[in-house]
Design a protein. Sequence first.
Length: 387
Amino acid sequence: MIQTSAGFRGLVQSQRLGSFQSKLGACYNYASGAASSLQHACEPSTYSDGDYADVDWDNLGFGLLPTDYMYRMKCFKDGKFEQGQLSRYGNIELSPSAGVLNYGQGLFEGTKAYRKENGCLLLFRPDQNAIQMKIGAERMCMPSPSIDQFVDAVKQTALANKRWAPPPGKGTLYIRPLLMGTGPVLGLAPAPEYTFLVYASPVGNYFKEGLAPLNLYVEDEYHRASRGGAGCVKTISNYAPVLKAITKAKNRGFSDVLYLDSLNKKYLEEVSSCNIFIVKGNVISTPATNGTILSGVTRKSIIEIAQDLGYEVEERVISVDELVNVDEVFCTGTAVVIAPVGSITYQDKRIEYRTGAYSLSRKLYSTLVGIQMGLIEDKKGWTLEIR
Ligand SMILES: *Cc1c(COP(=O)(O)O)cnc(C)c1O
């Protein structure tokens, strides 16, 4: 096992990355690139599917574990991204006056690859992440990769780092696409050059609670987003401002923060990095997207799954006062998947909710993860098997 991966590395180091990339595509059988004369080096005797990185798979959290490769693609003034390529994972060089460093012109995405029992990797709706990034790029005055370019980059990054994809049931390979203004600017303006970069890290549970219910704190001093702002896109500039609220809540023993709308300080928006749903009887509700919350690939998928299971789903304005009167609350997002909420504290009043084996969130979780892992038939064409 060690020998084969060392052989694989040696091969990569000895080749120019461009030729490595086309060969990787040919070997894994999804890219259309012609097989190069080096194709033999990728055959199973050199790189086997059973090859795993040296990781303690039983103790994965959500910390970064650096992997082997990252993918990079640049866009100059014409607004079109050139052919991207894989390179060794590592630090990148940036101009001190890069738009992303000075004015926060940047977006991120998150998607996951699940390793199936048959050894293949399964991606979940990567095209939806591509669309989410496209919408964000439009808001942030950035060019964005095409959907095909985005999905291809995610596939290449996942496959190149396949040995870091946890065994089935132990976690996932989290894939992080970034879009950044990397060209130099001084006067406030869109950057003259952009970089799309994708890296990956094996992850387990997002919250240290694991699958235990979350205890949320309703924040009414700090806000996440405001009307007309950029709360509806995954721009990096939405996140540093909530660190203060998260830190305050964590210091008081809470798992995360539930934000209210900044205008009325009354209506539910979302949690720091995930969407929120409430359940009352047979009706599931989630805040409607009105410009201040992310529409979320997981949120949209859960709405469809719940409807398919026969539940009524409402996207509407939800007042914080309703929280005293609901059966269940849960959060959704790529990183958290579906996290049950055990309690919400608002103005020093703690409200508790149903969780556990018979909760609706557990049922939705099993269905979603079943599809993502390839254990439940995917009737919607949401998953993409790559090898
Ligand atoms: C990423 C994120 C979500 C979840 O979106 P998914 O597309 O489901 O991963 C929700 N809210 C915020 C603020 C986020 O950053």
